[in-house]
Design a protein around this ligand. Structure first.
Ligand SMILES: [Zn+2]
Length: 61
């Protein structure tokens, strides 16, 4: 079985931003998202709703 990676991009979330990331696991990917949001999207409040939205946008690549 081929191992799948998880991937996400800001553009998928509707942000005007070219950032994207991938990771082996959802947990790892969400950590990368958290770091990116802290650095580049300080205006964003990371609510449980936002976390759920981001998780729903994660793609298997
Ligand atoms: Zn971004």
């Amino acid at each position: 079985m081929i191992s799948m990676a998880k991937s996400i991009s800001c553009a998928d979330a509707g942000a005007d931003c070219s950032w994207s990331a991938s990771a082996e696991t959802e947990e790892e990917l969400m950590e990368k998202v958290a770091v990116h949001v802290k650095e580049e999207h300080k205006e964003l409040e990371v609510t449980p709703e936002l976390v759920e939205k981001v998780k729903s946008l994660i793609k298997e690549v």
